[in-house]
Each structure stands twice: as structure tokens, then as C-alpha cells.
Design a protein. Structure first.
Length: 438
């Protein structure tokens, strides 16, 4: 199949590279000439495990190419995927579809009859209808518009694409269904289930999935607070409920709240969709409120561990990206934490294995260390914010020697409290019994 992918951001680049790896002929197009030049030179605009090698191998085989020339990219394409950004619109929380509709209007000038236009971007319910209307207004009638939302986790995107839990296709006609079935045919060998549904249903499915996962995260964070009040351990509580197949163990890890490019944006967009439809979504609305408070509470947690005042204190921070295996700083829990501590007069030394370049664009007045031990040296406390694998096997006795204050605030519950305290540290976890006992 001949595929054009509009947008070379996270979704577009990963999807394009994986489609090419299936054997399809993929052209990725982007207006950012610097990004395209970089990709043609093998320089990735994002950090994702395995992506650079996947792009390089398929480019060398002639299955994957990059260009700024939209007409050239789509002139022979059987399917054109739109994978541009849909950021939260300022003021009302709705998804900003400017880039989507701009791409559609450009497509209308060059697209050939019979091409299937597919939204890969996360878009509100009814966007496919609007795209169809725009194309018809531009005189394009022999065209199919479909929805194919992505369900990729940053840090595991390639594995998620090649071994998906499901493939959701929202299509209103047989032609678009057939084209998308053919595109995803290589995955049928892995018996990946494909759900063919209405376009609006597919669009809503993506938002509903992310909102539900956000609910699980906020739920376990509230349970963690209760654990601290009644002297229970949230790790065991999460395991006890997660072993129930009706609940499942994933996304039941207490911590500083969710962040990233999807959950914050998609929950707000879902609420806006519900408001416009006149339907109250109280559970999702509360989830957003709980998560916002959660991030603010992490500042107080660190301040409390240092006796109620961090002015003049030096604090080491491990992990800045919103999750491991990515350099994505969007809505990262580290941002309100670091800014809140700096505002209270603390000096911060931070380390992240890959996100330093992105973090330097976000923070001012923060020192960046070259490794975890450098961040701990001479600090009054060390705070684990992102659970990178390399933070899971630190020499805690060495950390205790380097720290001036001997305080370890583990916002991801990476370490066992007894292990940390036997190494000479005063340990503060999340939901690990009464916090005042630590």
C-alpha cells in the first residue's frame, strides 16, 4: 500500500516507520523543513527506544521517505493519515483543530479520487464529519474519511504498534474499511483484533480509554492518601485489587499524578465535548481536579520531609520527563514540583537520563547534574520523580554518604522503606503507612 503521513511528530513518525516496516511504501510530510532535513540525515526529533534504528533501516530499504512537498507525497497515496498536533485550546480546554483543518484544506487541492483520508490524531467526536464537509465544499466528492485512533505509550510505542491490544477503525463506507484492513493485514498474523465501528464511535473511544486510565491513576493516588492516614501500604492494596481480572494491575501505581501529552489534554477535551452535548461527566471532572491537586501536594510532601521549610536547602531531583523512556516534558509532574520548590527558596540539582535538553527549555534557576550521585551530593534531600530503570538499583549507602540531609523522598515507591532506612536514609514514600512514622 502507498501511504502518506502528514505530520512527523510522535504519532506520525512512529506510525509511519512501523507501517514501512510492514512493507508499505510510506512518505512522511511536514512543513518544518529543519525537521525533515534532520530526518533525512537520520536525526530523530523525539527520543523513543528503537525508533532511530527502525527509521534508518526502512529508509535504507526505500520504504520510508521524508519531504516537505505535500502534493508529491499524496499524489499516488491510497491512504493519507493526518497525524498533526491537536493541543488544548487556550481558554476553554477544547482540542485545537487548526492544524488538522489546515492539512485537510491543503489536501483538497491535490488529493486524487478514491483516496482514504484517515485521522490518526486524537480528535473530538464529529471531526471526521467536519473533514468530510470541508472536502465536499472544496469540490471533492469521491473521497472516504475514516478514524483510526492510536493507543501508543511513549517509551513502548513500537511494541504497542506492532502488538496492539486492538485496532479501532471508524469508517462509514466499505472502501475505507477495505483499505484499512489491507494496511493492517500484517497484524492479523499476530491475531490483533480489529474493531470496525462508526466514525464518531471510534473518535470517542480514544478519549474514553484515556479518561478511564486517568481515573485509575487518580483513584489509587487517593487510596494512597488514605493508606497514610490508616497505616496501610498502597503497594499491597494495589496488588490486592489488581489481581482481580475485572480491575487489572496496570495504572495502579501511586505517585505524583499523571502528565504527558495525552491524559491531561484528552480528559479536558472529553469534558468540553460533554459540556457541548449537555451531559455532565462528574467522574472525569473530579479526576482532573484530583490530579491537579496531587501535583501541588507533592511540593508540600517534600517541604514536610525537610521540616516545613526548604529556604536555603539544596534538593536533588531524579527524573524530569513525565515518564521513563521518553524525553517528553509536557505536563510533567516535575514541573510544578521543581517550580514550587524554587519559589520557596530551595536550590535544585536535577538529573534525567535523556530529558535534559527539553528540561532546560522549561526550567530556570535549576542546576543539571550528570548522574544520580552528582544530584545527591551535598543535598539535604533526594527526590525520585520519574522511575527510570537506572534509579532502581542505586547504591543507597553511597547516596546516604553523599547526602547532607539523609532524606530520600520516593514519589514512585521505587525502594523498600526498610532497605532505604538500613542504608542510613530517612525514607518518605507515597502511601507506605503513616508518613509521620518515616
Amino acid at each position: 500500500m502507498r501511504i502518506a503521513m502528514i505530520g512527523t511528530g510522535y504519532v506520525g513518525l512512529v506510525s509511519g516507520a512501523c507501517f514501512a516496516d510492514f512493507g508499505h511504501q510510506v512518505t512522511c510530510v511536514d512543513k518544518d523543513s529543519a525537521k525533515i532535513e534532520g530526518l533525512n540525515a537520520g536525526v530523530m526529533p523525539i527520543w523513543e527506544p528503537g525508533l532511530e534504528a527502525l527509521v534508518r533501516s526502512n529508509a535504507e530499504r526505500g520504504r520510508l521517505s521524508f519531504t516537505t512537498d505535500l502534493p508529491e507525497a499524496v499524489k499516488s497515496a491510497e491512504a493519507v493519515f493526518i497525524a498533526v498536533g491537536t493541543p488544548t485550546r487556550r481558554g476553554d480546554g477544547h482540542a485545537d483543530l487548526t492544524f488538522v483543518f489546515d492539512a485537510v484544506r491543503e489536501l483538497a487541492m491535490v488529493i486524487r479520487p478514491g483516496t482514504v483520508v484517515v485521522t490518526k490524531s486524537t480528535v473530538p467526536v464529529g471531526t471526521g464529519d467536519q473533514i468530510e464537509t470541508i472536502l465536499r465544499e472544496e469540490g471533492i466528492t469521491d473521497i472516504s474519511v475514516a478514524s483510526n485512533p492510536e493507543f501508543l505509550r511513549e517509551g513502548a510505542a513500537i511494541a504497542d504498534f506492532k502488538h496492539p491490544d486492538r485496532i479501532v477503525v471508524g469508517a462509514e463506507d466499505a472502501h475505507s474499511q477495505d483499505v484499512l484492513r489491507e494496511i493492517y493485514r500484517p497484524l492479523f498474523l499476530n491475531r490483533a483484533p480489529i474493531l470496525i465501528t462508526g466514525r464518531r464511535t471510534a473518535e470517542l473511544t480514544k478519549y474514553a480509554a484515556n479518561a478511564f486510565l486517568a481515573v485509575k491513576i487518580s483513584f489509587i493516588n487517593e487510596i494512597a492518601d488514605l493508606c497514610e492516614a490508616v497505616d496501610a501500604d498502597v503497594q499491597d492494596v494495589a496488588r490486592g485489587i489488581g489481581l482481580d481480572n475485572r480491575i487489572g494491575a496496570k495504572f495502579l501505581h501511586a505517585g505524583p499524578g499523571y502528565g504527558g501529552s495525552c491524559f491531561p489534554k484528552d480528559t479536558l477535551a472529553l469534558l468540553k465535548t460533554a459540556d457541548l452535548a449537555g451531559v455532565d461527566q462528574r467522574i472525569v471532572r473530579t479526576t482532573v481536579e484530583v490530579n491537579d491537586r496531587r501535583k501541588e501536594q507533592m511540593v508540600e510532601r517534600v517541604v514536610g520531609a525537610l521540616g516545613g521549610d526548604v529556604a536555603g536547602k539544596r534538593i536533588g531531583v531524579l527524573g524530569l520527563a513525565f515518564k521513563p523512556n521518553t524525553d517528553d516534558m509536557r505536563e510533567a509532574p516535575s514541573i510544578p514540583l521543581v517550580n514550587g520548590l524554587v519559589e520557596r527558596g530551595a536550590t535544585l540539582s536535577a538529573f534525567d537520563p535523556v530529558a535534559r535538553e527539553q528540561a532546560e527549555k522549561v526550567f530556570t534557576g535549576v542546576e543539571f547534574a550528570n548522574d544520580a550521585y552528582a544530584a545527591a551530593e551535598r543535598s539535604d534531600a533526594l527526590v525520585i520523580v520519574t522511575e527510570w530503570d537506572e534509579f532502581r538499583a542505586l547504591d543507597l549507602e553511597r547516596i546516604a554518604e553523599l547526602l547532607k540531609g539523609k532524606v530520600l523522598v520516593d514519589l514512585r515507591n521505587v525502594y523498600d522503606p526498610d532497605e532505604a532506612e538500613s542504608a542510613g536514609l530517612t525514607y518518605y514514600g507515597v502511601g507506605r503507612g503513616r508518613i509521620l512514622h518515616r
